[in-house]
Design a protein around this ligand. Structure first.
Ligand code: SAM
Length: 207
């Protein structure tokens, strides 16, 4: 019997990600969506409320935002969402169960604009390979950024993967539409008049 270390119904101790079993974590076998870099979890909260028949894991590395997000979600009493503080890149590459995610959301990943920092960017081939392995066939990865150059890199690395194909970013049947809830950074950047770049891909059902 595994020890349950969660300090609240929302917070997941990183140790629980070893040998992770989604059904055990959530107590049901509903589809699972992951959001990387939740910030204050405005998007995650509203999406979890809108889709009670889906499960959500939010991953946030910055302690301040992680604590804010976990507390916010606990106060809203949503039962289908969990938060964990780990490096999401490592989680996707090494811990996330293969063929288990219906959606991976990554909104405004850190762009690391200086050339000498590009190696810190999340969207690189090993991460994308692992993302594909974690998605169920037909599963989706949705990415949004305000950084034009990083966006071109993200597009390139996603669209050169043989198992990924581009789909419309807004697809109402999977709950993403033009009127979808916006992330905190998106609200701020749109207010400033910055351009927002979006891409969604799905894992092909067959190759
Ligand atoms: C620019 S903010 C965007 C927040 C939110 N997605 C939004 O759109 O409002 C990027 C967030 O990703 C988090 N982050 C960056 N790298 C991460 C990693 N490797 N694992 C988990 N979180 C990460 C940062 O701490 C930050 O909160």
């Amino acid at each position: 019997m595994r020890r349950v270390l969660s300090v609240s119904p929302i917070a997941v101790e990183p140790v629980r990600l070893e040998d992770l079993d989604w059904a055990e974590l959530f107590g049901n076998s509903n589809p699972v969506e992951v959001e990387i870099g939740t910030g204050k979890a405005g998007f995650l909260l509203r999406r979890a409320q809108a889709y009670p028949e889906r499960n959500f894991l939010g991953i946030e590395w910055a302690n301040k935002f992680y604590r804010f997000a976990a507390d916010r979600l606990r106060r809203w009493n949503v039962h289908n969402v969990r938060m964990v503080r780990v490096d999401a890149s490592h989680f996707i590459r090494a811990q996330c169960p293969r063929e288990s995610l219906s959606v991976l959301h990554v909104y405004h990943p850190d762009p690391w604009p200086k050339k000498r920092h590009h190696k810190r960017r999340m969207f690189q081939k090993p991460f994308v390979d692992a993302t594909v392995a974690c998605l169920i066939p037909g599963g989706r990865c949705a990415v949004q950024t305000d950084h034009a150059e990083y966006y071109s890199v993200i597009r390139e690395v996603l669209l050169t993967h043989p198992q990924l194909e581009e789909v419309q970013f807004g697809e109402p049947e999977i709950g993403v539409s033009e009127t979808r809830v916006r992330t905190n950074f998106e609200i701020k950047y749109r207010h400033e008049g910055r351009e927002i770049y979006q891409i969604a891909v799905v894992r092909r059902k067959q190759i």
